[in-house]
Ligand binder design. Structure first.
Ligand SMILES: NC(=O)c1ccc[n+]([C@@H]2O[C@H](COP(=O)([O-])OP(=O)(O)OC[C@H]3O[C@@H](n4cnc5c(N)ncnc54)[C@H](OP(=O)(O)O)[C@@H]3O)[C@@H](O)[C@H]2O)c1
Length: 220
């Protein structure tokens, strides 16, 4: 039985991963700002007040984990606002950087001592953070924040390699959640199943790589 920590676990893809991991017998620490009925209905250890932009909130998570070994940390929390070139809102863009880029780094740093040899760290970025895959532009703040999150993940790969901790960057697919206004090509359960499989497959041989939940590698 693995101990898994997930951020943004009260809804969407984070909730679906928490449900699936708990159902297969893993011990799940489900971090969120505010719990949902669906999350409270699970047997996960729910930790509220965990805003990934806030050191005090992340400290609540660190305290809840205590000195336990974290086998898998899944940095899932994220936000999307849309900015076109003729509609740039720098405050909103900065906020996305806070949540999507600095958030995973803050949480990973806070739990660093709980990550031991053989542990894994996942970050949900997005294929829209890929330079090579950018065929349409737009969404300035989201794309930039996710590209920078990919860079944070590769840096973490270097820092964690000597400790035997593997890192994976993940794209969940275009998933029907509140983030997408319910639009998408797949549902949260299918996406979560793929994401969990990618994390299960992760090894020190594949650390620092970028994967679609459906099982193929994505270009930077
Ligand atoms: N859905 C897609 O098609 C898609 C595609 C590519 C990547 N992703 C990525 O997948 C991840 C999950 O997205 P989703 O579709 O499941 O979105 P979602 O349903 O909107 O859920 C987002 C989660 O992030 C949490 N969150 C937002 N800001 C936070 C903060 N400051 N501190 C802590 N938690 C915060 C939300 O908590 P609250 O309930 O408190 O707001 C919520 O639990 C995100 O990183 C997203 O960028 C999604």
């Amino acid at each position: 039985m693995a101990l898994v920590v997930i951020t943004g676990a009260n809804q969407g893809i984070g909730l679906a991963m928490a449900q699936q991991l708990q159902a297969r017998g893993d011990e799940v620490v489900a971090a969120c700002r505010t719990a949902s009925d669906e999350l409270n209905a699970t047997d996960c250890q729910v930790v509220e007040g965990v805003d990934v932009c806030d050191d005090a909130g992340v400290e609540l998570l660190r305290q809840a984990v205590g000195d336990r070994r974290v086998d898998v940390l899944i940095n899932n929390a994220g936000i999307l606002t849309s900015e076109r070139f003729d509609d740039l809102d720098f405050d909103r863009m900065r906020k996305q950087y806070e949540v999507n880029t600095l958030g995973p780094l803050r949480v990973t740093k806070a739990l660093s001592d709980n990550l031991r040899e053989g542990s894994k760290v996942g970050i949900l970025t997005s294929r829209v953070g890929s330079m090579a895959d950018n065929g349409s532009g737009g969404n300035y703040g989201y794309r930039m924040s996710k590209a920078a999150a990919n860079m944070a993940g590769v840096n973490l790969m270097h820092d964690f390699k000597p400790r035997g901790i593997a890192v994976i960057l993940l794209h969940p697919g275009y998933v029907k959640t509140n983030m997408t206004g319910g639009n998408g090509m797949t549902d949260t359960a299918s996406s979560a199943k793929g994401l969990v499989a990618r994390i299960d497959d992760l090894s020190m041989e594949t650390t620092g790589t970028f994967w679609h939940a459906e099982g193929y590698q994505l270009p930077w």
